[in-house]
Design a protein around this ligand. Structure first.
Ligand code: CO
Length: 210
């Protein structure tokens, strides 16, 4: 018996139930995908994009990494983004972080974890930029929670600054970048109110020049 047998069994059951509900669903999905949303989220196992938004297979294009980072030179992320915008014509891009993010916590605590420290360095840079705001908070947990939010806002800006999105806006292709945060403690998503839909929006949200 193969290991992970239980997962294959669960898959068999799930596929049968899907067909029982909608006999054509896999036929349709095998011919095309037409998702309306691109989700950029954390790799954390507690934050599955489809389940927490109630979306079915085919409805959301997903990119996840540790701490939902959008790094300017990350070819993996850029390829997902370019395909989503140019080929799939996605209009809404959601950056969704989450409270209690282990990546954000590790970055703030600074305990060495190995290779991943290099990835988390980006969050440490952000923590340094936000030192005044973070140090005014009463507890380490409050600082981690706020840094989780600031990280989402920063990554929304990074999405908007990519050549993929700025070029799309320049040719008047409608795209909105949203910043959300999920609470693993109650299952609720909060909109952080940062929403960019144009080059003008980006300009308004850009940090002042240093
Ligand atoms: Co996380």
């Amino acid at each position: 018996m193969p290991s992970l047998h239980h997962l294959l069994e669960q898959n068999e059951r799930w596929a049968s139930e899907m067909v029982a509900r909608d006999p054509e669903c896999f036929f349709r999905l095998s011919h095309q995908q037409a998702p309306q949303y691109l989700w950029i989220g954390c790799a954390d196992s507690r934050v599955p994009a489809n389940q927490i938004t109630g979306l079915a297979p085919g409805e959301v294009f997903v990119h996840r990494n540790v701490a939902n980072l959008v790094i300017h030179t990350d070819l993996n992320m850029l390829s997902v983004l370019q395909y989503a915008v140019d080929a799939l014509g996605i209009r809404d891009i959601i950056v969704c972080g989450h409270y209690g993010c282990g990546g954000v916590r590790a970055a703030l605590e600074g305990k060495p974890l190995g290779l991943i420290d290099n990835w988390l360095r980006h969050i440490q840079d952000l923590a340094r930029q936000s030192r005044a705001e973070l140090s005014a908070l009463p507890s380490p947990d409050a600082r981690i929670a706020r840094l989780c939010e600031l990280n989402v806002i920063e990554q929304v800006l990074h999405v908007a600054e990519t050549t993929v999105v700025t070029s799309a806006w320049a040719r008047h292709q409608p795209i909105t970048v949203h910043g959300w945060i999920y609470d693993v403690g109650d299952g609720r998503i909060r909109d952080l109110g940062v929403e960019l839909s144009s080059l003008d929006d980006l300009e308004r949200h850009r940090r002042p020049p240093v």
